[in-house]
Design a protein. Structure first.
Length: 263
């Protein structure tokens, strides 16, 4: 199926590894040019080169910290300088620290808000005018399943990502008439280094999971395995396509059926 996103221009956060890398790679495979954003330059350049060599697509590295307002502005400026416009924005980054809520002071809360919520607000606010001008745009927010099903220790991320879902729904209502869709994805456990470091111990805490460890971490899931980042990336690519032009304001659970609910 041709997703018809060749000659589209995308900005993808957290693109040097994990889900962000998989998303950037899939968009590039579909013919999009991708501005790849990450905090650390060396792995970002390596990721950009790998995707460019594999797909032949234009990839542009942008080293930035989305927790900083000035960096959010610079991301958009550099992307527009490279591409001339922004058609697709994938808001994706890591997560705030784990821990019980009572241990976090105002500084920790502010950092979490800047990382999860305000980065989405700033980047979306800056990208939407380009999308309106083109009469088409796609914004995808990658959050986490814990925003829908909170767990002890994940309070910072769940609380701030709840704000992202509310923001995204409101923006979808306001921007839809301009051809801009806004959707959010709540991933469950995927085979990424971050999941390994968060949920596993021993060797897995270094970011590498063995098949046995992956099986143990997912044994109670309806689909008893960890997700492949390419599976989530395929959904993102579809949502970025014209075929998904009537889908907006939605929250997708991509969790192997783990969350037991009707909505």
């Amino acid at each position: 199926m041709d997703l018809q996103i060749h000659n589209r221009f995308a900005v993808v956060g957290g693109a040097s590894q994990g889900l962000g890398y998989a998303i950037a790679e899939r968009l590039a495979q579909e013919g999009a040019a991708v501005a790849m954003v990450a905090r650390h330059l060396a792995p970002l350049q390596e990721a950009c080169t790998a995707i460019r060599e594999k797909t032949g697509a234009l990839t542009v590295p942008i080293q930035a910290d989305i927790r900083k307002a000035d960096d959010c502005g610079r991301i958009l400026q550099e992307a527009v300088a490279a591409f001339g416009r922004i058609d697709i924005l994938v808001n994706n980054d890591g997560a705030p620290p784990l821990g019980e809520l009572e241990q976090f002071d105002d500084v920790a809360w502010d950092k979490a808000v800047q990382q999860n919520l305000m980065s989405v607000v700033r980047l979306s606010r800056g990208a939407v005018p380009y999308m309106k001008q083109a009469g088409m745009g796609r914004i995808i927010n990658v959050t986490a399943l814990t925003v829908l099903q909170p767990l002890p220790g994940f309070g910072l991320s769940a609380s701030t990502w709840a704000g992202v879902l509310a923001y995204a729904k409101t923006l979808s209502l306001e921007a839809g008439r301009h051809g801009v869709t806004v959707n959010s994805i709540c991933p469950g456990r995927f085979a990424t280094g971050r999941v390994a470091r968060t949920f596993a111990t021993g060797d897995a805490a270094t970011g590498i999971l063995t098949p046995e460890q992956m099986a143990q971490m997912s044994k109670d899931f309806p689909i008893p395995r960890l997700g492949d980042p390419a599976e989530l990336a395929a959904l993102v690519a579809f949502l970025c396509s014209p075929w998904a032009g009537y889908i907006t304001g939605h929250v997708f659970h991509v969790d192997g059926g783990r969350r037991a609910s009707l909505i």
